[in-house]
Write a protein that binds this ligand. Structure first.
Ligand code: ADP
Ligand code: MG
Length: 575
């Protein structure tokens, strides 16, 4: 956790302010019982009203000062802690943005969300506590003991008994509580995961009638967390009465033995009253310290999880000096590329070599799981190759910056993703500077203009979160328009026509052809009809290229291709 506190640097002045105010408040609080005893001894016992008012006035001022200091300390510590939270959150966020897909595969979304929200809140809360108590408690504890001793040295032995008793009780309970607190974070992660899956999969869950099962799964995670909290609270419930018991016995002992000393005449009433209050102050400060010992490990656990994110080195980063000396129209070349996912036994791609030239359409066809999307992910550098080279305009994609690489690419993913916002905003996502004209044109080419016109608001129609209020085919066409408006050198369509009917598919490809005349087009598809008139068709099977050429050539040379074709087209269509 200390490591995270380096981010407190911009708030150094505030932290120093907190320290000063907290110290002033503690000193004020320590001074009050002494003033109280003066009122009793010099005012009440002597019947001197003016002294009572005089010292009473001073007491009021000191109390007021302490309250003001306390308010200021609260204000500053909250501000500093909130600022710290903001900085850590943005650091974590930026780190996560730099992650490659591999890190997402490894960590998972649910825990990344809890780490950026709940864990950081944890740190924030504890930081306020630390700033307030870390300084206050020791001053009150040591100061209280000194002041109590000065009031009456011989009564201090009472504290010598009750303070160790308090420490023992707190230590026993705290050691039982700490492991429970540490588990809370992990259990919240679990709830988050189940809840996310449930919410995103709600249609599937309903359709398969597994609502009850999902509810059970959530209940399990929920009960688990609840039980954990109950256990914590049970210990807490035990803690408070035991502490109160010790404190009350302490008061009793002080009054008892103090009373004896007063009747002996060796102690006065004011000293006894002050002594009692100091004893309470000391014990309260010990409880505060104990709370810290309980809270800090929990924040520590959160800090470890945050540091884990901050320390993750993204697998894919830009080289220190990126090459900018490449020029071209988006020439893509694979040279003997092999790739396997982490933890996978079989490579997903084996010895792939091909070239996709500007002005041509390169199609990739193959059964599901043959590695088509994987191949595409290597061009956009979502993953890095294990051997071989992926070249764009003659330069290895690892040698240019990711931003420069991706600005060349218009990518339409297999699973169309839209963002909440209007249709126009979603298309504009591809190119911030796109004019209304360009947006309209892109929509027309993508065969989206017709259905946009029928929606109320047209281009200002609001897309719901996750694009749930448009159909799969509409989503695909909007994400095609988004890529078109970018006017990239390389177009990548990963199975982007699968949800379209044959007629729309054909119209779209005809319109696209005009639009992409100068660009490199890489088009993944399942349908033979979609790839038939491509300049080059690459046939993938289990991660290897088993055929390459035009439709006609492949019909002659490639068995796998012939199989795919005969399963989809009738005899006369093939001829
Ligand atoms: P296609 O797009 O041709 O249907 P993919 O390229 O998506 O196929 O997948 C190729 C192979 O890689 C499959 O066997 C799949 O199980 C595996 N695979 C895909 N994505 C991942 C991933 N993120 N982690 C591990 N294995 C993966
Ligand atoms: Mg795929």
């Amino acid at each position: 956790m200390l490591r995270l506190y380096k981010f407190l640097k911009p708030f150094t002045a505030m932290v120093i302010g907190v320290v000063i105010f907290v110290a002033c408040q503690a000193i004020g609080d320590l001074y009050l019982p002494t003033l109280m005893s003066d009122i009793i001894n010099d005012g009440v016992m002597q019947g001197d009203t003016s002294k009572i008012f005089h010292i009473g006035g001073v007491m009021l001022l000191v109390a007021l000062g302490a309250v003001i200091c306390s308010v200021l300390a609260s204000l500053l510590s909250s501000k500093a802690a909130a600022g710290l939270g903001e900085i850590i959150r943005s650091k974590v966020f930026r780190k996560v943005e730099s992650f490659s897909l591999h890190e997402f595969d490894k960590l998972g979304t649910a825990t990344l969300i809890t780490r950026t929200t709940n864990d950081i809140t944890q740190i924030q809360t504890v930081t306020v506590m630390i700033m307030r108590m870390m300084i206050n408690a020791p001053i009150m504890c040591v100061g209280g003991i000194i002041m109590a001793y000065r009031k009456d040295g011989s009564l201090t032995w009472v504290l010598g008994v009750s303070i160790p008793a308090l420490i023992v009780v707190i230590a026993i309970l705290a050691t039982r509580m700490m492991p429970l607190f540490k588990q809370v974070q992990v259990k919240i992660d679990r709830i988050n995961l189940v809840l996310r899956e449930k919410l995103t999969g709600i249609r599937v869950i309903r359709a398969f009638n597994t609502v009850a099962k999902e509810t059970e799964r959530f209940k399990e995670a929920n009960t688990d967390l609840t039980e954990n909290y109950i256990k914590v609270n049970r210990i807490m419930a035990f803690m408070m009465p035991s502490i109160m018991l010790i404190m009350n016995f302490t008061s009793l002992a002080i009054l008892w033995f103090g009373g004896l000393r007063i009747s002996e005449g060796s102690m006065d009433l004011g000293a006894l009253s002050a002594f009692t209050q100091y004893a309470m102050q000391i014990m309260f400060s010990m409880i505060m310290l104990a709370m810290m010992f309980i809270m800090v490990p929990r924040a520590q656990a959160a800090a470890v999880r945050i540091n884990e994110v901050l320390d993750t080195v993204p697998e894919i980063t830009d080289q220190e000096t990126v090459r900018e000396d490449f020029e071209g129209k988006g020439y893509v070349e694979f040279k003997d590329v092999s790739f396997s996912y982490h933890g996978a036994e079989e490579p997903a791609l084996r010895n792939i070599s091909f070239a996709a030239k500007p002005g041509e359409i390169t199609a990739i066809i193959g059964s599901t799981g043959s590695g088509k999307s994987t191949l595409i992910n290597l061009i956009t550098r979502f993953y890095d190759v294990q051997s071989g080279n992926v070249l764009v305009d003659g330069v290895d994609v690892r040698e240019i910056s990711q931003e420069a690489l991706r600005s060349k690419i218009g990518f339409v993913p297999q699973k169309a993703v839209l963002f909440s916002g209007t249709i126009a905003e979603n298309i504009k996502f591809g190119n911030d500077n796109a004019t209304d004209e360009e947006i309209k044109h892109a929509a027309e080419v993508a065969q989206a203009a017709d259905f946009i016109a029928t929606m109320d608001g047209g281009y200002d129609h609001e897309i719901a979160q996750g694009g749930t209020n448009v159909s799969g085919g509409q989503k695909q066409r909007l994400s095609i328009a988004r890529a078109l408006v970018r006017r990239p050198e390389i177009y990548i369509f990963d199975d982007s026509f699968s949800a379209l009917d044959f007629k729309t598919d054909a119209k779209l490809r005809a319109a696209l052809k005009k639009e992409t005349q100068e660009s490199t087009v890489i088009l993944v598809a399942q349908r033979v009809g979609t790839v038939m008139d491509a300049d080059r068709i690459i046939v993938l099977d289990e991660g290897s290229v088993v055929g390459m050429g035009t439709h006609k050539e492949l019909l002659q040379t490639c068995d796998v291709y012939r199989e795919i074709v005969s399963s989809q087209l009738s005899e006369e269509e093939i001829a």
